[in-house]
Design a protein around this ligand. Structure first.
Ligand SMILES: *[C@@H]1O[C@H](CO)[C@@H](O)[C@H](O)[C@H]1NC(C)=O
Ligand SMILES: *[C@@H]1O[C@H](CO)[C@@H](O)[C@H](O)[C@H]1NC(C)=O
Ligand SMILES: *[C@@H]1O[C@H](CO)[C@@H](O)[C@H](O)[C@H]1NC(C)=O
Ligand SMILES: *[C@@H]1O[C@H](CO)[C@@H](O)[C@H](O)[C@H]1NC(C)=O
Ligand SMILES: *[C@@H]1O[C@H](CO)[C@@H](O)[C@H](O)[C@H]1NC(C)=O
Ligand SMILES: *[C@@H]1O[C@H](CO)[C@@H](O)[C@H](O)[C@H]1NC(C)=O
Ligand SMILES: *[C@@H]1O[C@H](CO)[C@@H](O)[C@H](O)[C@H]1NC(C)=O
Ligand SMILES: CC(=O)N[C@H]1CO[C@H](CO)[C@@H](O)[C@@H]1O
Length: 494
């Protein structure tokens, strides 16, 4: 039996301070900070405030640092002494790896890449190399990794994990940070315990579950709570959606597949219209900047945003003025309707003038809800009971709490008030007096024929996601960290 006790440097307050100074030193070494998350102003260990529902010290809170709206990161500290590294949080893949080759990405991305931090196993007294290698293939890019086992702690947290297996890249293409795959792990998608498995095995979390609140574009900061929830990031109850078992899912890969009932649009005049053929299984993918939907559906939505066709890269360029229009695209699930405000749906690429794109791109191979959806949702991923708990995201403070068991979620009510809730209790449709309708929003699809389009999806080759840059758009890299190809999955138990 390996010793599972928390390393002593992680369990003392003195070393919490050491972690903080390590953090500052790294910022100092790598010139301008990539995050404002400096210093240890709040104790990042989650404390229970409700002893009836929550155990103490069983949730771990990480701050997410956004990089514009391209991808979402968390900071890990790896090794002894700890080396801070930013990794992209990816619900759609399964493994942790670090040290991308920053020379293979574009100028703007390489700077970010370098500042995200690197891990050197030679500088860690607790590192051991396993001598095994693997190639990971993503929707965009590949990574060749060698496996290492080392201590991993959560930046700014006193919680730590010993003997965590992860990859150190020996060569990568098109990756500007390492990736923290937080999908299914041991016995499902990986032959070893992944990061989420280890959190539970080493009793850092009580449950194999975590909560993702990416945060709105405006708030620029979200939170992931491993083993717990943040009740100040939603209002009202959560709706429970079963995760579709891999064997019944469109691509047979164990992802967070759920049944989407329909998509509708609510323009400023409040005249909500449901899109035809918008009922289908979708998976929740924080590793994808964009939401991917079938071409016909994407085109119908794009039309309502005033654009007829995609550009050469498959993106729908839209009027940036729409970010100020009070409308929403709504994603309905059983008992739940998540409203995504235009502002959050639209991908704004900085520049002069800025360019704006519909946050949905067409894909015949995948239906996934990426960051352009997830920013507006509050999602609990329960890898134990294979459930998603979801509602509208809100923000009324910070109340991270640990979960003792997943059943507690059934009676949990968010602190932000029920007016922000997305959970449907009656089927009354609301029609309010009109605001001034926006002339660029032309709702044309009014019918709904609910044939779920489940058939025929296969895992795509990376080339099916080829469009990665927008001419003249500067650094507009987008990410699909998580679409593993069939080759990657086939090799998963090697
Ligand atoms: C984790 O908790 C369980 C149940 O309380 C206990 O049996 C086990 O020994 C603990 N493991 C570690 C590594 O502390
Ligand atoms: C880091 O900060 C310390 C103290 O603020 C300073 O003395 C040192 O020169 C800095 N190092 C670099 C590489 O900037
Ligand atoms: C990964 O390794 C394979 C096999 O050795 C090699 O062909 C490929 O070029 C490597 N890829 C990268 C990005 O280093
Ligand atoms: C909706 O799906 C049906 C059945 O697959 C198809 O015949 C029809 O053309 C689709 N409609 C649109 C607008 O894509
Ligand atoms: C897409 O729409 C066209 C025209 O409405 C229709 O003919 C075609 O069947 C649709 N494709 C799918 C996959 O529904
Ligand atoms: C947007 O529309 C909603 C629903 O009608 C309304 O409650 C809200 O006040 C509107 N906001 C603005 C800024 O007009
Ligand atoms: C959309 O889905 C929701 C949730 O299942 C359902 O209540 C609603 O009736 C659906 N709308 C249409 C037009 O199918
Ligand atoms: C920490 C970080 O990278 N924050 C950035 C989040 O995104 C906005 C733009 O939307 C940047 O201004 C922040 O610097």
């Amino acid at each position: 039996m390996p010793s599972m006790a928390a390393p002593s440097f992680l369990s003392s307050f003195a070393l919490l301070l050491a972690l903080c100074s390590g953090h500052v030193a790294a910022q100092n070494k790598s010139a301008p900070a990539i995050t404002h998350d400096l210093g240890c102003v709040h104790l990042p260990i989650v404390h229970s405030t409700n002893v009836n529902h929550f155990s103490d010290k069983r949730g771990v809170q990480l701050k997410l640092a956004n990089r514009s709206d391209v991808a979402y990161y968390a900071q890990l500290s790896i090794g002894t002494p700890p080396q801070p590294v930013y990794v992209q949080l990816d619900t759609g893949s399964f493994e942790l790896w670090v040290n991308p080759d920053c020379a293979t990405v574009s100028d703007g991305d390489s700077l970010f890449c370098e500042r995200a931090g690197r891990y050197d196993s030679a500088k860690s007294s607790t590192a051991s190399k396993l001598g095994t290698k693997k190639t990971l293939r993503y929707g965009i890019g590949t990574a060749n990794i060698s496996y290492v086992v080392d201590t991993v702690s959560l930046a700014g947290s006193a919680m730590g994990l010993e003997k965590v297996q992860f990859g150190v890249a020996t060569g990568t293409e098109d990756h500007f940070s390492g990736i923290l795959g937080i999908g299914y792990g041991v016995d499902v998608a990986t032959p070893y315990r992944n990061f989420v498995d280890e959190l539970q095995t080493q009793n850092v979390t009580k449950v194999k579950a975590y909560t993702l609140a990416l945060g709105s574009k405006e708030s620029k900061e979200g939170v992931i709570v491993f083993g717990g929830v943040d009740t100040s990031k939603f209002g009202g109850p959560l709706a429970k959606l079963p995760i579709i078992p891999a064997t019944q899912s469109p691509d047979q890969v164990p992802r967070f597949w759920v049944n989407m009932k329909n998509i509708s649009i609510t323009p400023p005049n409040q005249n909500t219209q449901v899109y035809t053929n918008s009922s289908m299984p979708v998976f929740l993918d924080s590793g994808s900047t964009m939401t991917l939907l079938p071409p016909n559906l994407t085109r119908a939505i794009a039309k309502d945003f005033g654009v007829d066709g995609p550009d050469a890269n498959g993106f729908f360029r839209i009027d940036c003025g729409l970010t100020n229009v009070n409308g929403s695209l709504n994603f309905a699930f059983e008992g739940l309707n998540v409203r995504v405000p235009y502002k959050e749906l639209i991908r704004e690429v900085p520049g002069s003038p800025p360019a704006c794109f519909l946050g949905i791109t067409p894909s015949s191979n995948f239906a996934l809800l990426g960051d352009t959806f997830l920013r507006s949702a509050y999602v609990v991923f329960d890898l134990e009971d294979n459930q998603i708990w979801m509602t509208q995201a809100a923000n009324c403070g910070s109340t991270p709490m640990a979960l003792r068991n997943m059943q507690d979620l059934g009676s949990l009510v968010g602190a932000c008030g029920t007016t922000v809730s997305a959970v449907v209790t009656t089927s009354t449709s609301v029609t309010s007096p009109l605001n001034n309708a926006n002339p660029t929003v032309d709702v044309s699809d009014t019918s709904q024929s609910g044939a779920p389009s489940t058939g025929g999806r296969t895992q795509g080759a990376p080339s099916s996601f080829g469009a990665r840059s927008i001419p003249g758009g500067g650094s507009v890299f987008w990410s699909i960290a998580s679409i593993w190809t069939a080759a990657t999955m086939a090799g998963k138990f090697i």
